[in-house]
Write a protein of this length. Structure first.
Length: 137
């Protein structure tokens, strides 16, 4: 079976061909840049402990199906545990009543809507209030 055509490394000026993403020479620099600038260490520190792992498993056991999909009449296995009220907006970190089970697409779209609403993007904020956006994958 033939392989997909290789693509150039996205690093400016690099002509190395890769199977996807950065070449070996730029992969480490790209990851370091992401870790340094894109991730907020304080916002994610509470996810890396046994207390969160137990609470996450408890929530997925309590609600094994995606809440958002269930409201739309679809049955989808939940893989993510989401804070209903975001921690950045004052939501409780370890309160099980502030958690909901979501599938990956629903979690990603909800997080995107909340972040856009927080930044003041009017189109996304209106959609976040309506909660009517449908994503198909």
């Amino acid at each position: 079976m033939p392989y997909k055509a290789k693509k150039p490394c996205p690093s400016p000026g690099c002509r190395e061909l890769t199977n996807g993403g950065y070449c070996e020479a730029h992969k480490r620099a790209s990851n370091a840049e992401y870790e340094k600038n894109a991730r907020d260490k304080n916002a994610t520190r509470h996810y890396h402990n046994a207390r969160w792992d137990r609470l996450r498993q408890m929530q997925l056991g309590r609600e094994p199906l995606c809440c958002s999909c269930k409201e739309r009449g679809r049955l989808t296995t939940a893989t993510h545990v989401d804070h209903i009220v975001e921690i950045a907006d004052g939501g409780a970190v370890y309160d099980i009543d502030n958690l909901q089970s979501l599938c990956k697409p629903c979690h990603s779209s909800k997080t995107l809507r909340v972040r856009h609403a927080r930044r003041g993007s009017s189109r996304e904020a209106a959609t976040a209030d309506e909660g009517e956006r449908e994503y198909r994958f």
